[in-house]
Design a protein around this ligand. Structure first.
Ligand code: 5GP
Ligand code: ZN
Length: 115
């Protein structure tokens, strides 16, 4: 039993609105969306944050990005565009320490990342 909230979602110990799943990746709606489309993509393997990835994770990181594009197409935000964000550690604003990418879209976002 893990006390990581995203591992709990992977293990179906707590519910989430899952929108995509493959052998390495899970994606679900953010519980507190900041944009009309706000989906979190996570590796099924627990990695605490982006600084913890290794050479062996290259395929996984590629698969996360391919999944993000596939989901963006499925939910209809690929043509207009979207933002894929990773908050890394304290100064990056990371709250949940299981690597995740935010897929944000459905409205025009500011040209510069928010401060
Ligand atoms: P971070 O700030 O770590 O990059 O983002 C964590 C994100 O996880 C936040 O946007 C937050 O709303 C989301 N989140 C936290 N707990 C849960 C949860 O239990 N379920 C879902 N679906 N999202 C969560
Ligand atoms: Zn985890």
């Amino acid at each position: 039993m893990s006390d990581c909230i995203f591992c709990k979602i992977i293990n179906k110990e707590i519910p989430a609105e899952i929108v995509y799943e493959d052998d390495q990746v899970l994606a679900f709606k953010d519980i507190n969306p900041v944009t009309p489309v706000h989906i979190l993509l996570i590796p099924k393997k627990h990695i605490s944050d982006l600084t913890a990835i290794t050479e062996g994770d290259k395929d996984l990181i590629g698969q996360l990005h391919l999944a993000a594009v596939k989901i963006a197409e499925e939910v209809g935000i690929a043509d207009e565009g979207f933002r894929l964000v990773n908050n890394c550690r304290e100064f990056g604003g990371q709250v949940v320490y299981h690597l995740h990418f935010h897929l944000l879209g459905g409205k025009k976002l500011n040209a510069r990342p928010s401060q």
